[in-house]
Write a new protein. Structure first.
Ligand code: PMP
Length: 399
């Protein structure tokens, strides 16, 4: 018999499955709010001008494509550290940071998970309930048992702060806690400054291991405001990990640009941890690709490009927030009784809309408006052309 005769069909990715269904839908009025991608007001994935300019410069330089170091481009890694912690951070001066360029945020989580498995083979990993759908699978694949900590309160469309602290307080020392640093995916609901302070305290008191995932820096309130949690942990003196993704903030999804940063206690640890992390990378994919990292490093390290990028990032952020406002106001103007103002308090690309799975089905079947069964919609896929149709559809399924 064939080697693969008994292989079972793996379940298909629910979000990609929804995309396939969307593509096959013949209705011209269809709207896809199921995706996790930022679209501009014309409904297209933007190619940022800063990216274009950095790419032109790279082409003109006609540089050879040798292997990068295992941990990637030095100027890139340093720029990542400044973006996370600011240029004047004592962590940089004290050489307490290990940063490795990674294959997107997912790649950063993966090398972080593999490294932690060597360091803490018996630890459990706690992720938020709910979380980005790949967190659980990724850490399970790295060999960890994954549990959920309380996070979202559907009744208030907000955080369940007591539940979250109770979960964290129940874990043994050494438990790895994955935290969304900003723009929580899928809910859009972030912790307040006071809530972060309490979370940091509990994590410190219980000896837990924070792993911050920052995939939307600059999409919430701004580059620095969105790094608030990262900087709170830095100020706490704890050792922790951070996975950065630039897929959204540079609109470079397919180039796979991200980074893993590990905060150590001192420069001696830094050297040793880097040497171990390099072993993990070497045995996974040897070294990262050149293009995306070069483009991002060029932008971050060239003042004119940097300003151009910050403007374009602000434009994306402002457009998402304008769509949140428009959605809430138009639903109200349309006579929808339910109060959707919680959507304004959410941050980033997503919103847990509060729509039930039956309502999501009706949106899709009757109106060609595609959302995730949990009620998650991508606000960054709304635009001035499709928002009225979406509002009408929501109003109809809520009748
Ligand atoms: N973490 C979170 C919270 C995400 O939402 C995503 C994907 N959008 C990622 C990580 C992965 O990012 P990337 O596409 O850069 O791998």
């Amino acid at each position: 018999t064939s080697l693969f005769a008994n292989v079972e069909q793996a379940p298909r990715d629910p979000i990609l499955g929804l995309n396939e269904q969307f593509n096959a839908d013949a209705r011209t009025t269809k709207v896809n709010l199921g995706v996790g991608v930022y679209f501009n007001d014309e409904g297209r994935i933007p190619l940022l001008k800063a990216v274009r300019n950095a790419e032109v410069a790279r082409l003109e330089a006609a540089s050879a494509r040798g292997y990068l170091p295992i941990d990637g481009i030095t100027g890139y890694n340093q720029a990542v550290q400044k973006l996370l912690f600011t240029e004047s951070s004592p962590l940089i001066a004290e050489k307490r940071l290990v940063t490795a360029q990674a294959l997107g945020g997912t790649g950063a989580l993966k090398i972080g998970a593999d490294y932690l498995k060597r360091l803490l083979p018996n630890a459990k990993v706690a992720i938020s309930d709910p979380s980005w759908e790949n967190h659980r699978a990724l850490f399970e694949n790295a060999g960890f048992e994954v549990v959920n900590y309380s996070y979202y309160n559907a009744a208030t469309h907000g955080i369940d702060p007591e539940g979250m602290l109770a979960s964290l307080n129940s874990y043994p020392a050494g438990t790895i806690v994955v935290l969304h640093a900003c723009c929580h995916n899928p809910t859009g609901v972030d912790l307040s400054a006071e809530q972060w302070a309490k979370v940091v305290d509990v994590i410190k008191a219980r000896g837990l291991v924070p792993f911050l995932d920052i995939a939307y820096q600059g999409f919430g309130d701004g580059i620095d405001a969105d790094a608030f949690a990262v900087r709170q942990f830095a100020a706490s003196g704890l050792s922790f990990l951070v996975s950065s993704s630039f897929s959204k903030s540079f609109s470079l999804y397919g180039e796979r640009v991200g980074a893993l940063t590990i905060v150590t206690a001192n420069s001696d640890e830094t050297g040793k941890v880097l040497s171990q992390l390099k072993r993990v990378i070497r045995t996974n994919y040897s070294n990262p690709p050149t293009h995306g990292g070069t483009v991002v490093a060029t932008i971050l390290n060239t003042p004119t490009l940097r300003l151009e990028w910050e403007d374009e990032l602000a434009e994306m952020r402002d457009r998402i927030r304008a769509m949140r406002t428009a959605l809430v106001e138009k639903l109200k103007a349309r006579g929808v009784q339910r109060d959707f103002s919680f959507v304004l308090a959410q941050r980033g690309m997503f919103s847990y809309s509060g729509l039930t799975s039956a309502q999501v089905d009706a949106l899709r079947e009757k109106h060609g408006v595609y959302a995730i069964g949990t009620g998650r919609i991508c606000v960054a896929a709304l635009n001035n052309q499709n928002i009225d149709a979406v509002v009408d559809a929501i109003a109809d399924v809520l009748k």
